[in-house]
Design a protein around this ligand. Structure first.
Ligand code: E4P
Length: 217
């Protein structure tokens, strides 16, 4: 499973990139707002921190305007994935932009039928929003499993990008359900390494090692 980090905060992206485990980045207009930075400037900087796909979202709502914005965003760097909303106009723009060789991430997916449409439109990534479904009492993981089954039935190459991830359990369940990618907030990504027994075991090894009086270097 690939890990993308879901933020426009370059300090956090740099920190995750240094682990060598980062495969890409996703942003959206809300995350750009949170960063407080100019969209071109921050996306350019992010694209320099990873070779993986960096999702940058259009804000137009009509297909031809989306296509124009997408082409403009794609000029920023070769690893831009143009993020388009799950609407008919978004799907039309997806068909055109992927036809031109651009990566496209179709976002705001909440149903398997929407994911089917995105795959038929040639999307590189489909982003089902797990957490926002869970917020409504709907099992977001079931959606990932449904999309996996549909894509496998027809050999669609569109990658399932589990989004709106809120917890370590969401990451685990997405991996079990067969998502290709999880885009994860930095704090959740960092938390994946944690286990109380790891901390306890490490402390015991350190204490016992100190008692041996030995050194490795
Ligand atoms: C990523 O592509 C999405 O924009 C993001 O995961 C949405 O997450 P949220 O529901 O926590 O805002």
């Amino acid at each position: 499973m690939k890990f993308f980090v879901d933020t426009a905060d370059v300090t956090e992206i740099r920190e995750m990139a240094e682990t060598g485990l980062l495969d890409g980045v996703t942003t959206n207009p809300s995350l750009i707002l949170k960063s407080g930075r100019d969209v071109r400037e921050v996306i350019t900087e992010i694209c320099g921190l990873t070779d993986g796909p960096v999702s940058a979202e259009v804000v137009a709502l009509e297909a031809s305007a989306m296509i124009a914005e997408g082409r403009e965003l794609a000029k920023i760097a070769r690893n831009i994935a143009i993020k388009l909303p799950m609407t008919w106009d978004g799907l039309k723009a997806c068909k055109t932009l992927t036809g031109e060789g651009h990566m496209v991430n179709v976002t705001l997916c909440f149903s398997a039928n929407q994911a089917l449409l995105a795959a038929k439109a040639g999307a590189t990534f489909i982003s089902p929003f797990i957490g926002r479904l869970d917020d409504l009492g709907v099992d977001g993981m079931e959606l990932i499993a449904e999309i996996r089954a549909i894509y496998d039935n027809y050999d669609f190459e569109t990658e399932i990008l589990a989004a709106s991830i809120r917890s370590a359990d969401h990451v685990k369940q997405s991996a079990i359900a067969g998502a290709d990618v999880a885009t994860v907030p930095p704090a959740v990504l960092k938390s994946l390494v944690n286990h109380a027994l790891t901390d306890k075991g490490l402390q015991q090894f350190m204490d016992d090692w100190a008692k041996t009086g030995q050194k490795i270097l």
